[in-house]
Each structure stands twice: as structure tokens, then as C-alpha cells.
Design a protein around this ligand. Structure first.
Ligand code: PAF
Length: 281
């Protein structure tokens, strides 16, 4: 497996591979790779001839007071996970290359970036969109793999690829969960033992919401209230928001029919977790 420090080397390498007929897969990550990331790399390896993984903790997507400084970083461990999952190349660029001090261009996500996570974390999705646009421009024509765990991010990335006509096929991959239902996330490592025991409440709340829809509930407000009530029954967890949305537009439906996505965000101790679940009304 090849390891690069400069993302600027990607276009030359990937262009040569494409010229040789290789299908390129690209997996952008912020490192701290776990089985969820491994599943993206494995899927890319199944569907492509070459898989590049990016490991880069993007400062643009962290707000003031968020966990940029303490976000877990362990490149040596990431290289082991990436190679085992089937990566051919890992690029781990520096902030100086990806977000140089003189840079004055950002990608702003309008309506889709201002709701849900965008409201809770102003500027977060602009930061994601800016770095993802830069990375996808460097990667060029490829299939790019993103987890459904950050569902709004996936919708925003699909939108930006369409809006900016990038030659990229976005592949959304299912959330990988621990046996107790907790969605795998690099941030789970920050939970204390007690907090980790409380964390499955997010998935339990989503499942309760989905079950009520399957049982015939058609009022989105009732489902949102139910999800919130399940989360709030857990004393160590503070609800940020619960929502029922259209999975493509993230709009709130007036009545629950067809494909839907249930979303939840909550603070577990000092750690903010998000989760989501698909259901049909
Ligand atoms: O999901 C992530 O790890 C990040 O938001 C991403 C897409 C790599 C952009 O920094």
C-alpha cells in the first residue's frame, strides 16, 4: 500500500491508473478508522480496481469550542486498518496543503446546510462541502464512498456533486453498528463507561419511531415526540433534535408516507452523537 503526504500527488497517480483502464474508488475520512470506515474501503475494493483513502482531520468543519484539538489521530493504526480492508493508497495531507492560510474560497451549502446539523453546528456543512469538493477535484473521475451514519452529510455531498457537475458517483453505505445498536463513530472513544452504556438509547429511540410508523402512525410530530421521549428517559443523554425527513431532500413531510429517514442528535456527557434510520410509511 502506498502512503502519500501530499494530496497534490493524487491527480497524477489516479490519472495514470484511469488511463490504464482502472476504476478508481475514493474514501475520504478523518482517520480514527473503525469497522464502519473499513466497510466503506471493503465496498470500494469490491467495486473498483484501485482504492485511495484520505485521512485528514478537516479544521473547517469544526466550530469554536468543538473537538478539533482532541479529535483522535493515529495514522499508524489507520494505515493498518486501511490496508487490511483493501486500500491501495492512503493520502494523509497536512492542513497547510488542504486549507492554507491564504485560501479565500469556500463552498457554501444554502438551505440543506442550514437545517438539522447545520442549525446545531453553524458552518459545519460548509466546512465539509469545502474539503469534500477539494478532495473530489483532486481524485477526479471516481466512485466516492460515504457512510449513511452522517446522513445529512451524504445528502449534501450528493447535492454538491450534482450542482458542481463533478465526475463522481457517490456511493452511500449502510451504518455499521456495535452489537448493542450504537452506530460506530470515532467519537464513541470519548465516552466514559457509563456514557457508552447509555448511548444505545439513540438507536432504541429511532427503532421506536420506525415501529410507530410501521404500525400506522402518520403524524410526523407524534413520531418526533416519541423519539425525543425515549432519548430523554435516559438521564445521561440530552436530546439535541429528533426529526423525520424525506431522505432525498431532507424536507419535513406533512404526512408520513413512502421513504422516510428518522434522524436524532444528542449529547452524551460531553460528546455529541448522531444517528438515523430509514423506514417506509
Ligand atoms: O465523514 C467524515 O469523516 C468527514 O466529514 C469527511 C467526509 C471526511 C470530510 O472531512
Amino acid at each position: 500500500m502506498e502512503v502519500l503526504e501530499r494530496a497534490g500527488e493524487l491527480p497524477g497517480i489516479l490519472d495514470r491508473l484511469r488511463a490504464g483502464g482502472h476504476r478508481v474508488g475514493f474514501v475520504p475520512t478523518m482517520g480514527a478508522l473503525h469497522d464502519g470506515h473499513a466497510s466503506l474501503i471493503e465496498r470500494a475494493a469490491e467495486e473498483c480496481d484501485h482504492v485511495s483513502v484520505c485521512v485528514y482531520v478537516n479544521p473547517l468543519q469544526f466550530g469554536p469550542g468543538e473537538d478539533y484539538a482532541t479529535y483522535p489521530r493515529d495514522l499508524a493504526a489507520d494505515l493498518v486498518v486501511a490496508e487490511k480492508a483493501g486500500a491501495d493508497l492512503v493520502v494523509a495531507p497536512e492542513v497547510e496543503e488542504m486549507a492554507p492560510a491564504e485560501a479565500c474560497t469556500v463552498v457554501r451549502v444554502t438551505e440543506l446546510g442550514e437545517i438539522l446539523e447545520g442549525r446545531a453546528r453553524p458552518g459545519h456543512l460548509d466546512g465539509v462541502a469545502t474539503v469534500v469538493t477539494k478532495l473530489l477535484c483532486l481524485a477526479g473521475r471516481c466512485r466516492a464512498y460515504f457512510g449513511e451514519k452522517d446522513f445529512q452529510q451524504l445528502v449534501v455531498v450528493r447535492r454538491l456533486v450534482a450542482d458542481l457537475s463533478l465526475p463522481v458517483e457517490v456511493v452511500g453505505c449502510p451504518t455499521v453498528r456495535a452489537v448493542d445498536g450504537v452506530a460506530l463513530s470515532s467519537r464513541n472513544a470519548a465516552l466514559s463507561g457509563e456514557e457508552r452504556e447509555a448511548a444505545p438509547v439513540l438507536y432504541r429511540a429511532l427503532r421506536a419511531g420506525a415501529a410507530s410508523i410501521v404500525a400506522g402512525e402518520r403524524d410526523p410530530a407524534e413520531v418526533v415526540e416519541l423519539i425525543g421521549a425515549v432519548v430523554e428517559a435516559e438521564p445521561l443523554v440530552e436530546l439535541d433534535y429528533a426529526a423525520v425527513v424525506d431522505p432525498e431532500t431532507l424536507a419535513s413531510p406533512e404526512t408520513l408516507a413512502g421513504a422516510l429517514r428518522l434522524l436524532v442528535a444528542a449529547r452524551v456527557g460531553g460528546t455529541r452523537l448522531v444517528d438515523n434510520l430509514g423506514v417506509r410509511g
